[in-house]
Design a protein around this ligand. Structure first.
Ligand code: FES
Ligand code: FES
Length: 168
């Protein structure tokens, strides 16, 4: 005889990119699934589901987190920022432009997480040394580019920001 456990949905209110989102979610729903499946923002990727790859990186109350390792419930009442917030409509933000121009992506699967980790770094350290960039991106894996162009893109973005070219 199989015993079925019913899991009651619980209400959450999570602000995503400045917009309050309310939903009833199962307590086991991951934050990344809330972002992708409930809110419909699919820029945040799932690569490993086990905190290793960083593809799911978002900001939670201004701190960089891996959204595959948190329940949506843990973000109740809090603010999430995703990669979609880096652009201004159709216009790419400075870090996105640097990734594009410096060929810092191939398949692009890791790119949203790289962008969010690098954004977190540049918000705290506008002029990072190369080693600091590498350390900041150490939780983000890329199987395509070998990292060199990614690191150069972050350096390029830091230079853009120093000259006041964009702020996102
Ligand atoms: S999907 Fe979250 S770290 Fe890989
Ligand atoms: S560009 Fe393909 S995994 Fe990074």
């Amino acid at each position: 005889m199989s015993a079925e456990t019913s899991i009651e949905p619980v209400p959450v209110r999570i602000t995503v990119n400045g917009v309050a989102r309310r939903a009833e979610v199962e307590p086991r729903m991951l934050l990344v699934d809330f972002i992708r499946d409930v809110v419909g923002l699919t820029g945040t990727h799932v690569g490993c589901d086990s905190t290793n790859c960083g593809a799911c990186t978002v900001h939670l109350d201004g701190r960089s987190v891996k959204s595959c390792t948190m329940f949506a419930l843990q973000a109740d009442g809090r603010e999430v920022r995703t990669v979609e917030d880096l652009a201004d409509g159709e216009e790419l933000g400075p870090l996105q432009r640097s990734f594009h121009e410096r060929h810092a992506l191939q398949c692009g699967y890791c790119t949203p997480g790289m962008l969010m980790s690098a954004t977190y770094l540049l918000e705290r350290n506008p002029n990072p040394a190369r080693d600091e960039i590498k350390r900041a991106l150490s939780g983000n894996l890329c199987r395509c580019t070998g990292y060199r162009f990614i690191v150069e893109a972050v350096e390029d973005a830091a230079a853009r920001l120093q000259t006041g070219e964009g702020s996102r």
